[in-house]
Write a protein that binds this ligand. Structure first.
Ligand code: 0X9
Ligand code: ZN
Length: 320
């Protein structure tokens, strides 16, 4: 059992997931999405008994290494389901009626690198994966750097906008769509759920935003935009009810910036997922270094986010 409100290493988190699966085989199964470039297993838990008629929801976090509050929030969700289900009929209802996957750290190599900040202070702000150096002539010299922004490496308008072809950029999209083992494995995992996958939520930080498709161009939506927007509006409202935290909802280019190659857009378009959301957690965008969230904000952040996420889970659960 892990105490919430703390940050943990990937190996501690992994052992925790393994223990949960061992001790509660009726409600949780360990899943392995794939292997990272440095050889780590990308692990998650599958909650609920799987029957072919059940809708599936996937929640992930930590595709960006420095977004620790997102990783904590996904871990908190796991903890809530495992240790809070007996007192919470709503959670019991989810376990009975849907299959819920939670993958708390999609980019464990990057996450572990950010945790070396005690000896290398710059490491804390690492965002990308840890793939080997690639080089490109940047106009002055041939520059070589490690890492790919995995949220630019999905096969949705790859490299079109808000992404860089220079390996030293924070938003380097990689040599080709799904060139990276992490994004490739994850896309295959999501594809394997196609048809039953009703909601996909990816947790990021920060800016307090609830974002839906599409991200590459303004006023470009999937056909079910009205429904997408209605549920987002409701989620943001429920989230805010808890502590008054103000979120905005909209598409990326309408409320922050345009980009392509992201996981939610790819999932929306390719897998035709009904609810595909990127959530940018606390703090608000006016904060200059919101990636470092004070520990005393971790639990409130996770709690309010859960309140928003339950709006989506309720839509999926009550659907038939
Ligand atoms: O840029 C990203 O990949 C995400 N933001 S973050 O600060 N966590 O890196 C997602 C951006 C949300 N979507 C759009 N801008 N469309
Ligand atoms: Zn992010």
């Amino acid at each position: 059992r892990l105490r919430m409100g703390e940050y943990y290493s990937y190996s501690v988190l992994s052992t925790w997931l393994e223990r949960i699966a061992e001790n509660m085989p009726d409600i949780a199964k360990l899943i392995k999405v794939g292997t990272t470039i440095e050889g780590r297993d990308i692990l998650g838990l599958k909650f609920g008994k799987d029957t072919p008629d059940k809708k599936i929801v996937v929640i992930d976090a930590g595709i960006h290494a420095r977004e620790w509050a997102a990783i904590h929030t996904a871990s908190y969700f796991i903890n809530l389901i495992v240790n809070g289900r007996e007192e919470d009929p709503q959670i019991q209802n989810y376990l009975d009626n849907i299959v819920l996957y939670i993958i708390p750290v999609l980019n464990p190599d990057g996450y572990e690198y950010t945790r070396t900040d005690k000896t290398n202070p710059r490491a804390r702000m690492w965002r990308k994966s840890r793939s080997p150096k690639a080089c490109a002539f940047d106009g002055v010299r041939n520059s070589c750097c490690m890492g790919v922004d995995l949220n630019r490496n999905f096969d949705f308008r790859f490299s079109e906008i808000g992404a860089s072809r220079y390996p030293c950029s924070e938003i380097y999209h990689g040599p080709s769509a799904f060139s990276e083992p992490e994004s490739k494995a994850y896309s295959q995992f999501l594809t394997s759920l196609k048809g039953r996958l009703e909601a996909y939520i990816t947790l990021h930080s920060y800016s307090q935003l609830w974002i839906y498709s599409y991200s590459h161009r303004k006023f470009t939506y999937a056909p079910d935009i009205e429904e997408t927007r209605r549920v987002a509006a409701k989620a943001v409202q429920e989230l805010g009810r808890m502590y008054g935290t103000k979120y905005r909802h909209g598409t990326g280019p309408e409320i922050i910036y345009a980009f392509s190659g992201g996981s939610t857009d790819w999932a929306k378009e390719t897998l035709k997922i009904k609810y595909s959301y990127t959530i940018e957690l606390r703090p608000g965008y006016e904060e200059w270094n919101g990636f470092v969230l004070d520990k005393n904000q971790l639990i409130p952040t996770a709690k309010e986010t859960w309140a928003g996420v339950t709006v989506v889970l309720d839509e999926v659960t009550n659907q038939w």
